[in-house]
Design a protein around this ligand. Structure first.
Ligand code: GSH
Length: 206
């Protein structure tokens, strides 16, 4: 049994999407960041950084959402994390692209425009938002070009790269950002949003 300690932000959702898609047995422990539950002594023993998500498995703890997704997908052989070394490297490549580029800029906007408002942290920083928007448009174009070639991010099979990417891209709804200039991304996003795994993962937050 796996136990996932998390909140309802994209780093946590990506792990939930992967665990649901794999059909692994797990328990979800909602960690209320607004109550500081991620900074208690007990939590810091699981992750000294005081951040979610954390995966608990057989009395061992793992933090960093990308590492958790890969660990879960490595439990048994499955098409979500291909065995072929080059295909697997492509999955890693797109996961890194999201963590360091496209997803990073979406997170920047999400923090400035959504989280700051929720947490009463003041107005969005317009320079940071402008910088994020400048990088986002060409990077969305790159993703759109990739999804023109295949149904999913790495060819025609769903992989953990799609689930990780979806957790970032879906933030565009709350940001009221349109995907109309990126029709392949829009089609892909709509398809992924209908998957049972996505619905089951989000049911934790209803
Ligand atoms: N690189 C980490 C980032 C983890 C992270 O920043 N988690 C946020 C929620 S999405 C958090 O715990 N924030 C609370 C804090 O930093 O105090 C990952 O991918 O897991």
């Amino acid at each position: 049994m796996y136990k996932l300690h998390g909140y309802q932000t994209q780093n946590n959702k990506k792990v939930l999407y992967v665990v649901e898609e794999l059909g692994l047995p797990y328990e979800f422990n909602f960690v209320n960041l607004f109550k500081g539950e991620h900074k208690t002594e007990a939590f810091l023993k699981m992750n000294p950084l005081g951040k979610v998500p954390v995966l608990e498995h057989d009395d061992k703890y793992l933090f960093e959402s990308g590492a958790i997704c890969r660990y879960l997908a490595n439990q048994e052989s499955n098409s979500l994390f291909p065995e072929d070394k080059f295909q697997r490297a492509l999955v890693d490549q797109w996961m890194e692209f999201f963590t360091n580029h496209l997803g990073f800029w979406l997170n920047t906007l999400f923090y400035q425009k959504v989280i700051k408002k929720m947490a009463n942290l003041g107005e969005p920083n317009s320079e940071k938002c402008a910088e994020a928007n400048k990088f986002l448009q060409p990077q969305l174009k790159v993703l759109d070009g990739d999804l023109e070639k295949g149904k999913y991010i790495v060819g025609n099979e769903l992989t953990i790269a799609d689930l990780v990417a979806f957790a970032y891209i879906e933030q565009m709804d709350a940001l009221e950002m349109s995907l109309s200039d990126y029709p392949n991304v829009l089609k892909w996003k709509e398809e992924i949003s209908q998957r049972d795994s996505i619905k089951k993962a989000n049911a934790h937050f209803n």
